[in-house]
Design a protein around this ligand. Sequence first.
Ligand SMILES: [Fe+2]
Ligand SMILES: [Fe+2]
Length: 384
Amino acid sequence: MKKHILIVDDDEGILDSLRRALHRCGDQWSLTFASGAESAWQQLLDASYDAVVADVRMPGLGGMELLERMQQTERTRGVPVVMLTGDDDRELKGQALELGAMDLLNKPVDLRELIARLRSVLRLKDNLDGLREANDRLEKKVLRQDLDLAHSRMNVVCRLGMAAEYRDEVTGNHVVRVGCYSRAIAAQLGLSPAYQQMLLLAAPLHDIGKIGIPDSILLKDGPLSDAEWTIMQRHCEIGERIICDRSKTVAPLFVEWRADELAAGDGPDSSDPVLEMAASIALNHHEWWDGSGYPRRLAGAQIPLEARIVAVADVFDALISNRPYRPARSEEETLLIMAGTVGTHFDPQVHRAFTQSLAQIRDIRAKLADEVDVFPVIAEGVAV
Ligand SMILES: [Fe+2]
Ligand SMILES: [Fe+2]
């Protein structure tokens, strides 16, 4: 493919001699000539060039100003510029190189030298373009892998959360909705996007500890005895242990599995912020703002914020959904019940953020109704 070169000089005589001399390179280069920097700038905006040769001293806009404009503009920044200067323009030469000129040539121009320099800057530009393209490809690939990993992680988390729900016959999309509501509340509270994303992934595991509660208690028809209730409450600690028991690590297995890709002594990062947040939610989502909850009777700000948020999201979705033992409550009734326990059960600030995000929460509820197959929805990114 022919290289496009723009040559700028206010001296028509010089342009003419360059046109004639460079004619023999016509099979490799396509040449455009401009008699001033302003018209050259217009050319640069209208078409794409592989190199520019520009005189430094021109009336009006000079070669240095043209070079400066090119460096400040995304579209023209990567085009190499060869400046033509007088032999005695030492200071200008220094300035031109500082401004980003790729090469300098003395006037009067030695044509053989000009051709050699042009070939060299064009080669350099080819290499730089190749490097930039390879870099772009790599960035896209890393982003794709990142997204695939995030999707796979979300899939695993949601399915794991659902596994606990199957135990007490609450099937559907409750845990996924709780994750999405929690994220909406966190956004309303002004928490960082990274925190919101973590909460979306961590909240669905809030009741994972129910896996460890015997069927005779979990599925009991009728009220639980005090002893049974004590066992039931253990689902918080069991959940925390399932998610974050530090004595159970898959790191050595992982190192063995991916040994070929890991450098010697380079193990996986042992801390996982999503799992740490999920463990905190599993342990604390039944604590009450006034200190009357369980398992540790924490109060107010002692309760981790993520657990205070999930508490609101979880209760809302539980009250407004059908359960095996009772029909769904209306939204009006649900909101009234919840408003009645602000300051006792719920953190007032979190509850306010919840009511302020109700429009979004209704949308999530409709999009992730129990009948919806939630996994294609997750894959399309609709829910996230
Ligand atoms: Fe729970
Ligand atoms: Fe729940």
